[in-house]
Design a protein around this ligand. Structure first.
Ligand code: FES
Ligand code: FES
Length: 124
């Protein structure tokens, strides 16, 4: 039921782990299933230079996390904020309809990490 890309990112997830000195962290829980995803970003000169994730969830959620952390590296914050759940699912070659809710975690957690970073800038 999963595409090659989903299986690849599920079996060999990229960017798993924590960035201890992250510039922004986002955490989202999925109300549908209770799964949780945490995204860490490192920012330099307005660009995301590194991203990592920890996901306690299903295969689709892990594949989405892996893909989105790959997609954001090198992007400006503005570009990264525009990434949608649908784009991540598309980059994975599609997700089964009953698994689309899993893709929400990725973009939402990323958005939260970026917003946290931006909020920190304002208070400095
Ligand atoms: Fe939680 Fe998918 S229902 S792993
Ligand atoms: Fe929970 Fe996929 S079933 S995120």
């Amino acid at each position: 039921m999963y595409t090659k890309e989903v299986m690849d990112h599920f079996m060999n997830p990229r960017n798993v782990g924590e960035i201890p000195d992250a510039d922004g962290v986002g955490m989202q829980g999925n109300p549908v299933c209770g799964d949780v995803m945490k995204v860490y970003i490192k920012v330099k000169d307005g660009r995301i230079v590194d991203a990592k994730f920890q996901t306690f969830g299903c295969g689709a959620a892990i594949a989405v996390s892996s893909m989105i952390t790959e997609m954001v590296k090198g992007k400006t914050l503005e570009e990264a904020l525009k990434i949608t759940n649908k784009e991540v699912a598309k980059a994975l070659g599609g997700l089964p309809p009953q698994k689309m809710h899993c893709s929400n975690l990725g973009a939402d957690a990323l958005k939260e990490a970026i917003e946290q970073y931006l909020a920190k800038q304002k208070t400095q």
